[in-house]
Ligand binder design. Structure first.
Ligand SMILES: *Cc1c(COP(=O)(O)O)cnc(C)c1O
Length: 363
């Protein structure tokens, strides 16, 4: 393959080309150090400057208030399914979970090992096509926290509002939509995200945590899963994922040049509007998510025939649009259109979808 493809992978996923080029140019010799970032001591002043820049840029772009810590951890979004209850459920012994897809359901199951889980909402009976409304949430005022997943990567649904849970802190999995639109961080107790969808390579997990939430960890919490320990050690209790943090810093610089999270939101709206328009006009393709719950990051759709779906995925790949096969749990197709996806790629995919339909159904 001579050329780069249009990559609609759900994660790991597309990164800004400018970032990849910059990393390539600095690969052998970062900033006159005579070595690559991968070869540096994480305790060196050089690496510390990269780390500090990544963190400061993330804080600035996400407007993270001063009473919140930003952690760079490992273990993916999935490790947070355990780390959150280990550190937070001890406050009252119970927690609320909203089940809106695969990952939030896994998170609830994991939390059940460490406390009493109360299901505040469950939309599995709709095939995870909808997001519960505020008045459908069954809230326990004594919950240690309320956990939800802001964007359901597999089913292609997204919360369009921030739930109001009174004094119960909000904990949110933002793995697949973080930095794609402005977020009022002060409404949350804790936000976590695996970085490999919108921000960096796989292997880095970013956590934003309010400083009063670190007081209830279970006594048996493993050292590596303690927020308090990681805060004390400024994410460097052990070797952090240095290279990923470096790429994150470059992605944050790129985002800033594109107008920050507001710039990302504009691109996000442009991309998703094009795709949903084609789906709405189509006689062949149907969207999976109900309109009010549609994700701006993962667009899920299908035809009525799994064989035609397979043919679409295959022919699209031959035409340079790759990774459009839906997740095995939802079937059909999924176009993941994260921050770094050029709207031009989406425009061309829309053209491909329309001509596929015309060829199949006739003019
Ligand atoms: C991908 C994803 C996860 C799992 O992330 P890993 O880094 O693979 O553990 C969790 N939650 C959401 C919303 C995701 O999209």
């Amino acid at each position: 393959m001579e050329q780069r493809v249009w990559n609609f992978a759900a994660g790991p996923s597309v990164l800004p080309e400018a970032v990849l080029k910059r990393a390539a140019s600095e690969m052998l010799n970062w900033n006159g150090s005579g070595m690559s970032v991968m070869e540096m001591s994480h305790r060196s002043a050089m690496f510390q400057s990269i780390f500090d820049h990544a963190q400061a840029q993330f804080r600035k772009l996400m407007r993270v208030p001063d009473n919140y810590h930003i952690l760079f951890l490992q273990g993916g979004g999935s490790t947070q399914f355990s780390m959150v209850p280990l550190n937070l459920i001890g406050r009252t012994g119970k927690a609320d979970y909203a089940l809106t897809g695969h990952f939030s359901t896994s998170a609830a199951k994991e939390a059940g090992k460490y406390g009493e889980v109360h299901i505040a909402a469950d939309v599995s009976d709709t095939g995870f096509r909808v997001i519960p409304e505020q008045d459908e949430l069954c809230l326990d005022p004594e919950a240690s926290y309320f956990h939800y997943c802001a964007n359901n990567t597999i089913y292609g649904t997204e919360w369009q509002y921030v739930p109001d849970t009174g004094d119960v802190p909000l904990v949110c999995d933002m793995s697949s939509n973080i930095t794609s639109r402005p977020v009022d961080v002060s409404r949350y107790g804790l936000i976590y995200a695996g970085a490999q969808k919108n921000m960096a390579p796989a292997g880095l997990t970013v956590v934003i945590i309010r400083d009063d939430l670190i007081l209830c960890e279970k006594e048996y919490t493993p050292l590596m899963l303690s927020y308090r320990r990681m805060i004390d050690k400024q994410s460097m209790f052990n070797t952090p994922p240095c290279w990923n943090i470096y790429i994150l810093s470059l992605v944050m610089d790129w985002m800033e040049e594109q107008g920050g999270v507001e710039g990302m939101e504009k691109l996000r709206n442009e991309r998703s509007a094009m795709l949903y328009h084609v789906i709405d006009e189509s006689k062949l393709f149907h969207g999976h998510a109900e309109k009010s719950a549609r994700s701006g990051m993962n667009v899920t759709f299908r035809t009525d025939d799994p064989e035609i779906d397979a043919r679409f995925v295959k022919e699209a790949a031959e035409a340079g649009f790759v990774n459009l096969k839906g997740h095995r749990l939802s079937g059909g197709m999924r176009a993941s259109i994260y921050n770094a996806m050029d709207p031009e790629g989406v425009k061309q995919l829309c053209g491909f979808m329309e001509s596929f339909e015309k060829k199949l159904l006739g003019e």
